[in-house]
Design a binder for this molecule. Sequence first.
Ligand code: SF4
Length: 447
Amino acid sequence: MTIDVQTFGCRLNTYESEVIRSHAQKAGLEQVIVFNTCAVTAEAERQARQAIRKARKKNPNAKIIVTGCSAQIKPDEYAKMPEVDKVIGNQEKMLAESYDGMFQIKHTNAAETEMFHVKHSERNISNFSQVIADEEKVQVNDIMSVKETASHLVSGFEGKARAFVQVQNGCNHRCTFCIIPYGRGNSRSVPMGEIVEQVRLLVREGYKEIAMTGVDITDYGKDLPGQPTLGQMCRRLLALVPELPRLRLSSLDPVEMDEDLWQLIANEPRLTPHLHISLQAGDDMVLKRMKRRHLRHHVVEFCARARALRPEIVFGADIIAGFPTETDEMFENTLRLVSEVDIIYTHIFPYSARTGTPAAKMPQVPLAVRKARAAKLREAGAKQLSAYLQTRIGQVEEVLVEQAGIGRTSAYASVKFDAKEIPAGTMIHTKIIGAEGENLLGEVVAC
Ligand code: SF4
């Protein structure tokens, strides 16, 4: 294990973990474990701390670095952990220079030694170098001061059939439940040219599908010269990389869609017919208390317009169950929306209070109720998915192979097929002969 990067949370972290891996390798680091943490829920943070302790037990001599949103927001908490050697911020993790000379005891000159002794005259210092190391244990700057994305070309994703490309980072919104802006800073976009270069490199490396990632991608371009929209960027990208078979979008804000994006949904077969909505709730009072920009009717209109433009389109959504003050009736409005607009991929989060967010100070819904509501939402989503899978039986689907005998359609449905020898990353065609649980069953008809 020379460099082991353990990723928590979102696709953006998955992309950034590849950047971390390549920086650490180029800096010649060895026996290093990096934890790229997530702060979205208390559970994600608990899992990261647990993984750090486990890794230390298994690797007493390895160097442990902690980064990611949770480290950005709570650096001292990780620095206090005896298992941890270094804590770096979300901006620092993307900079090659952060890894140069890391863990090398710096030999100080006489002037520095003198200055150091003056600063620490009250303390009887024996291991001088260790104190220096301790002082440099935390390298986390003010993420709100970051104005640009760090450009870095990634040539591949370990063990992944699809590649993730960062197009935007940070967020200018302040939804009352969300800690993300405090971990990632304000919204900033990756310039068009860098995105094209990154996608061309990944396509040359054989990737057939690119998933665009960011925190709030519908905010793309507002900070760039000429303010290109997300739709304009996607259209230019697809025109400049005609050999890219599939482009997939990540979470969309239903009221921040631009006209070019709607036109692409209607007319561009390479843009996958799968839209993931940053929905969060389906009740107007809850949405207002979340400080979301949309109301329930906006989501209904969004789905109706998308379906009118592209009948085969499918929807996924992020939904929070048990947001503070949510009553049974309010919850029912959210639950009903899942079937009303046919959301087949549900990402359900029982509300998790994040210290420092306004919602954490609101009257909380009991945890058991949050979990029960989350279970009902997952059930509703599973019902929608199963009905959708039935409609695919008898069809021929183009499938991107993800691992032996499994892949995904352009609508992101999972397909199990017989020919296990076909390598990950291959695009095949399968005839759908059945459905089982969350998977379609297919027979390979063309490779
Ligand atoms: S839009 Fe809201 S939920 Fe999404 S990252 Fe920004 S603040 Fe968080």
